[in-house]
Design a protein around this ligand. Structure first.
Ligand code: NAD
Length: 355
């Protein structure tokens, strides 16, 4: 929910690349934020920032020494997050780190320690919590719309491999587990508040030998559901973004918006079907249900406004509210990504983890 009248905070952006520019555009639309400026090591990016009417700093120190800056948003390649976030916190700034927050849980712990030591806010931009497709699935989950849910599939499919910049180099924190997995896993752990019992994962290296260009992870939660999270970058036609199976109904969301459908069973006992005859046999079990025994519904559209993220940051700093994205949550996601790497490396189901 968008709140009014939160006192303003000053925000500066470190790293004015693709995502830094996105923050720049978003920040101009948030009432309780004043965009103070940006710094990037690449002078060309500073020129672009000025063309976009954003003030630029000559150095990171100049940005960190500016007393108008309450919060620093760090939007630089992943391997630099730990060092630069800690430096900003030690300069007394509250910090928003882009995802993935770090390359491993040891780095993340150092960042959390710095936040506690310096007495500043440290949070992570898990913006895909505000995606409508996720909000809609969460609503189905929270409201038990489909009956007990026993399986969820969440996936994103692209067809261009990994972008050819730092994202395809392991040492820079590249790879699709860290890049997209972090979003999809964060959504699942936020939605399903149950103990996670096991993880089994496989990574793919179709276009890239250096780091994963996709993965599949099977998550088993205590008493269900089973969840499959999948990221692919060599998928020339995509499977649905979400496929959610409850005992009384099934929901499909095709893409990032909420195009899709819900099909509920209205007469479970009536199992009559016209057999499907294939080239080599026939089946009643796999034949579609007759129209009289099912009901089709539109998805319950759930709107979301990503400006809530910065409003929450302002409310934490100015009004003592709780952060929406907590240390504990980001540590859980990080540990889960580590379990995914471990499972894929050893080709085993990981059961003993502290998530
Ligand atoms: P990018 O390569 O487009 O931009 C990175 C920028 O950082 C570049 O302009 C580079 O010059 C600058 N930079 C590098 N080192 C620096 C330093 N020491 N000081 C200042 N600037 C420095 O990358 P991107 O796509 O903008 O990704 C940046 C971060 O944002 C990554 O962590 C990425 O995972 C994240 N990201 C998040 C989302 C999201 O939806 N939350 C989407 C895309 C990227």
């Amino acid at each position: 929910m968008i709140k009014e009248n939160i006192p303003k905070i000053g925000v500066a952006i470190i790293g004015y690349g693709g995502m830094g520019a996105w923050h720049g555009r978003l920040l101009k639309t948030v009432d309780c934020v004043e965009l103070i400026g940006t710094y990037d090591i690449n002078p060309d990016r500073l020129t672009v920032a000025r063309e976009n009417e954003i003030r630029t700093f000559d150095s990171m120190d100049a940005l960190l020494n500016d007393s108008r800056v309450d919060v620093v948003t760090v939007a630089i390649p992943n391997h630099l997050h730990e060092e630069i976030c800690i430096r900003a916190m030690e300069a007394g700034k509250n910090v928003i780190c882009e995802k993935p927050v770090a390359l491993n849980s040891a780095q993340l712990q150092n960042m959390i320690d710095a936040s506690n030591r310096c007495g500043v806010l440290f949070t992570v931009h898990q913006n895909r919590r505000w995606d409508e497709d996720f909000r809609t699935v969460k609503k189905l989950w929270d409201n038990d719309t489909l009956g007990p849910i026993f399986r969820i599939e969440s996936r994103v499919h692209g067809s261009r491999g990994i972008p050819g910049d730092w994202r395809n180099q392991k040492e820079f924190g590249g790879g699709m587990v860290l890049d997209w997995g972090v979003h999809l896993l964060d959504q699942i752990l936020l939605m399903i508040e149950k103990p996670l019992e096991s993880v089994y994962a496989q990574l793919s290296y179709v276009t890239n030998e250096n780091c994963d260009d996709g993965f599949t992870a099977q998550l088993r939660f205590k008493d269900g559901p089973d969840v499959e999270v999948q990221v692919g970058t060599s998928n020339f036609t995509s499977l649905p973004r979400w496929y959610v199976l409850g005992e009384n109904g099934t929901a499909v969301i095709d893409g990032f918006r909420t195009e899709g459908r819900i099909v509920m069973v209205s007469d479970w006992e009536n199992r009559d079907a016209v057999p499907v005859v294939t080239a080599a046999g026939l089946t009643k079990t796999m034949a579609p249900r007759t129209d009289e025994t099912i009901q089709k519904y539109p998805l319950p559209m759930e709107e979301a406004d990503v400006r809530e993220f910065y409003q929450n940051v302002a409310a934490v700093i100015r009004c003592g509210e709780k952060p929406l994205i907590t240390h504990q949550q980001v540590m859980r996601v990080m540990r889960l990504m580590e379990a995914i790497f471990e499972s894929a490396r050893t080709n085993t189901v990981i059961k003993n983890f502290d998530i």
